[in-house]
Ligand binder design. Structure first.
Ligand code: FAD
Length: 432
């Protein structure tokens, strides 16, 4: 019993598929740093255009912040799970073309007040509070000067706390740390899911790719012609590079640039803050929630979870979501603390009998994973422009891509995909 996961009482996840590193081309046209959604999208587009591509991935698997694992035989996403903004999400469009098993996310969620079903009036009050908040933010965002999104929220009665908590959860930071100009640009309606998990789907899109796993890029030298890429496994030479490493990883200086990046670019990278959103994955066959894939609002108690996704794909698995304040509060506590917290919150709502057969199968900690260090990148008040600064190539040789650059789909796998394709399209135009 030397397995640390077993010692912690957390069941070990079984990988969906084993990825094997392929040999690499040390002199490709383009190097893509990172095999998450942005990197896979970029590589697909570049390969389709006939360019030679090498994808370098630090982890021993592909997918980045999308990854599906099996628990008790069921696929469960540890990172991205929702396909947000269906009408503009490129992963949805591609999924339809490939006849992937997409399904619409239900619009109506569960609504509970201290363990009883909320009344129609109570539900309507929550909906009204959301409308008021959305209108106030959209209106105030038209003003020239940026400010914290929280500052413009109107008084919303008893539901105000819940509205702010949910917006804070989907932002990755409390709203007083989020740019008002940036926040409403995100599209969140018309959501879908995919059977088998989003991580597995993204993995299928990289089938037979020239990906070199377990290879961390440590330096990019753009002092001469093209780029020289120094990695943990050797050096490559290419005409251009697309960097999709998360902003928080770049902020840590994981990749040295020589010469240093232009001041405006370095400042843009440093401007982002770390969005935090973590799942405690619960196995709860007797949960009171019926139907599949419905969000639950649990109100009326001292502690209220900002997010709970119930009966994922009709299975006994549920996501108990942790927002930034909750996740950070567990940082100096033992690994079981998030699970105990989830139990306390659910017992407070439904009573101890209801959680008798509740167990946690996994708790994510993306904020501590050295190759992500955050769930996504957040724009603080006043820094609205930084996403766009990074869209311009550096020296016509270095392109940045990834979720942080997307305007309408920031913080999402669809946004990352969109940005990977954009960078690849620009490189194709440039190299031809
Ligand atoms: C818990 C959680 C839930 C989420 N829920 C959703 C959701 O429901 N829907 C949604 O759309 N999005 C969601 N997201 C966000 C989504 O996962 C990300 O926005 C998206 O996957 C980011 O893709 P990316 O390609 O920009 O970055 P990543 O997926 O992080 O890919 C970057 C890759 O670069 C690699 N890398 C980093 N540094 C180096 C280096 N030096 N050398 C080589 N490789 C390197 C990393 O290992 C990684 O594979 C969630 C995220 C989390 C954490």
């Amino acid at each position: 019993m030397n397995d640390p996961a077993a010692k912690r009482g957390v069941k070990k996840a079984v990988p969906m598929e084993i990825e094997t590193a392929t040999s690499w081309n040390a002199n490709p046209d383009v190097v893509v740093v990172g095999a998450g959604s942005a990197g896979i999208a970029a590589a697909r587009r570049l390969l389709a255009s006939g360019l030679m591509v090498t994808v370098l991935e630090a982890r021993n698997r592909i997918g980045g912040r999308t990854v599906t694992r099996r628990f008790k035989g069921h696929p469960v996403d540890l990172g991205a799970h929702w396909l947000h903004a269906g009408p503009i999400n490129p992963l949805v469009k591609l999924g339809r073309l490939r006849s992937e098993p997409l399904r619409r996310a239900p619009v109506n969620g569960h609504f509970y007040v201290r363990g009883r079903l909320g009344t129609r009036t109570e539900r309507a009050a929550l909906d009204r509070a959301f409308d008021m908040a959305d209108r106030a933010m959209a209106q105030a965002a038209k003003a020239r000067d940026d400010q914290p999104a929280a500052r413009v929220l109107p008084p919303m009665g008893p539901q105000g706390r819940r509205v702010a908590a949910i917006h804070g959860l989907v932002s990755g930071r409390p709203l007083d740390e989020v740019s008002l100009h940036d926040f409403p640009s995100m599209e969140y309606s018309d959501n879908l899911f995919i059977a088998g998990g989003l991580g597995a789907y993204v993995g299928r899109l990289a089938h037979n790719f020239p990906v070199r796993l377990g290879t961390a890029v440590q330096g990019i030298d753009w002092s001469g012609e093209g780029v020289r890429i120094d990695t943990s496994a050797g050096t490559l030479q290419a005409r251009a590079v697309i960097v999709t490493a998360p902003m928080a990883v770049l902020q840590r200086g994981a990749i040295r640039f020589a010469p240093a990046l232009p001041h405006a670019v370095a400042e843009a990278i440093d401007g982002f803050t770390q969005g935090v959103y973590e799942h405690v994955i619960l196995h709860w066959p007797d949960s009171p929630f019926r139907g599949a894939d419905r969000l639950a609002s649990l109100t009326g108690t001292h502690r209220q979870p900002p997010g709970l996704l119930t009966r994922i794909d009709g299975t006994p698995f549920h996501f108990f979501e942790l927002d930034q304040p909750a996740a950070s509060s567990f940082d100096r506590r033992d690994v079981h603390a998030p699970y105990r917290y989830a139990r306390e919150v659910l017992a407070e709502q439904f009573g101890h009998r209801a959680i008798r057969n509740l167990s946690a199968v996994h708790g994510t900690a993306w904020r501590h994973d050295p190759w992500s260090l955050a769930s996504w990148a957040v724009v603080p008040p006043g820094l609205y422009a930084i996403r766009d600064v990074l869209k311009a190539p550096v020296g016509e040789r270095i392109w940045f891509a990834g979720e942080a650059l997307s305007r309408a789909q920031w913080g999402t796998a669809g946004g990352a995909w969109e940005e990977g394709e954009r960078a690849a399209g620009q490189i194709i135009a440039r190299l031809r």
